[in-house]
Every structure is written in structure tokens, then in C-alpha cells.
Design a protein around this ligand. Sequence first.
Ligand code: SF4
Length: 355
Amino acid sequence: MTRQTTLRDPAALLDAGLIPAGRLSELERVAARYAVSLTPDLAALIDPSDPHDPIARQFVPDAAELLSREGETADPIGDDTHSPVEGIVHRYPDRVLLKLVHVCPVYCRFCFRREMVGPGRRQSLSRAALAAALDYVRAQPEIWEVILTGGDPLILSPRRLGEVVRALGTIEHVKIIRVHTRVPVAAPDRISAALVRSLKVTGKSTYVVLHANHPRELTAPARAACARIVDAGIPMLSQSVLLRGVNDDAETLGALMRGFVESRIKPYYLHHGDLAPGTAHLRTGIDEGQALMRALHGRLSGLCQPAYVLDIPGGHGKSPIGPSYLEQAKDAGSYVIEDFHGRRHAYPPPCRQRD
Ligand code: SF4
């Protein structure tokens, strides 16, 4: 049976049977530091009898979050160092993030903005701050793409989203509006016809990027919500975070990527876990991520291949960190290339001797 209310603290998780009573006080200490929220749709996917449940691992707090490791920082991808005005992050020349809200329907335990999002953290953009952010975009002709993120922008009403999208629609040099969201899996019923309509504006192309990390998140209602978006002519892409104990095996990751493609969502990014405080227990090694990418390359259609990327700490942007299949050979202009079986081939192929 699907629970009807969003679970917002450890006591509610206890009542729902998702944590044992013995963990309550330590998890209350975690919840005092980082926001907790678990929607009915995602709570219903958790098997409470499985201590390693991959959905619980993403959303149910863990005492390990109280341990910060060396290198972990409050702003691991350097949003604040690239924020010229409130709500805008301008890291790359041709695109900006527009952070409308700092709340989400669910709070991921590995969130890279965990020090910014949640009740009592940063405020949503006021009307005046939004106007200043739009003025910034208007004044920078190199901005081709605006990415609505946060927090989760699809937590806003269709009316409010529509106002923002229409305002972006008046800026000649902005051609692309991209929306980053977890709502289609966390609260699929929110993806109403009115909300989908609000994302479109004449003369601009809208893309929706879904964040999901485990194939179980792609439920029938979640897939139907995505279909409502795609059927309206809005292409969808995916982003996932590589997480220990959630999707760090080839079978699970492959099923996730196939689930995206079956839902007409092109896999886009597989993020290496960011150095957010208290998230070491969920991060893998880069070598593990590369081995998984090799496994996907061998077994799945090219449609199912995301780019494995690392956001360089300090705000230096993303770089691909997937495995390389090409090596320079000893002879100038020659290479050795590896195929999907792991067999190596000279390129160009050696000339055959003629008789
Ligand atoms: S939905 Fe995104 S911003 Fe919100 S908690 Fe999860 S990772 Fe963070």
C-alpha cells in the first residue's frame, strides 16, 4: 500500500517502519544537520526487510553522514565562486544555472548541494532577485542556454514556472531552456498537463534532465510522467550519480540505462560522487567507475552509454573521466585501439605483404 504523506523526519521514518527504534537518536542528529524528505512514491519502493535496500540508501539518513573526510567541502563544485548575482552560476561561457528554489521533493543523502538545500537553508529567489538574475542573462549575449536547477524547479507551480520560462522566452540570445529534476520519479503526479505546458515557450527548445540512480525508480507512474513530457515534444536526458551500494554494479547500472532509453530518455551523465560532507560511504573509486563504463561499453547499445564525468572541485567544471580505448603506438601516427572484448588492434591496420 502506498503511504500518502511525505516522511520528513526520523520519527516519521520510524512510524513507517523504515528505520529501527535503536537508530532514532543518531538519525535525529543527522536530520538536525541535513534535510530529510521521502515522498510516498519513493518510500513505497523500499523493502524494509533489506538492510542494503538501494532506495533507502539514497534517502534514509545514515549516521556515517556525521563523519566528514579530508577534501570534502560545503560547496564541492564551487557554485558560489561563480555566482555573479543571486541565483545565477556562470561557470561556462555559453550557459548559466538559474537556481530558483533550494527545496526538493526528496533529499538525497549524497547531495552535492546539501549545505544549501532544505528547509531553513537558502531562500528561494524573491521576485526582485529573479528580475536581477534575468537582467544578468539579458546583458550577456554569449548565454545560449539557461539551466533551471536548485533545489528542484519542478516543485514550483505551473503558474510560477510559466512566468520564468516566458521571461526567458523574451531574451533573444537564449535558445535552450534546460530543467534538472527528480520530480518525475519522486512525485510523478506533479507532472500535470499544465506543468508540462508551462515548460514550453515559442522560439526556444526545452530539455528536461531526469535525475534517477536505480532502475527501481523508473516505476510505471514515473515512466508515464516522463511520457507526458516527451509526448509534448520536450526531449529528455538523464543524469545519475554513481553510488556505492546503489548502482555500482554493471547489471544494475545497465538496467538503469536501458530503463531510461525504453522511456525515451537519452542517458547523458553518470556523475562521479562529489566531495560533499559526510558522503564518503556512498562514493566509489574512479577506477571502479571506469571498470563499470567498460562493462557497459561491452554489453549495451550505444544509446545506453552515458558520459562518466567528474566535477572538478573548486568550480573548474566537468571533465569526462571514462576509460580510454586508444593508445599512441611507438610509430608516429599509429595507434592501438581496444575493442569491446578487450582485444587490441593496430590502427591503421598493418599493410599486408603482396606476393
Ligand atoms: S534532488 Fe538534487 S538538489 Fe535535491 S537533494 Fe537530490 S541531488 Fe540535491
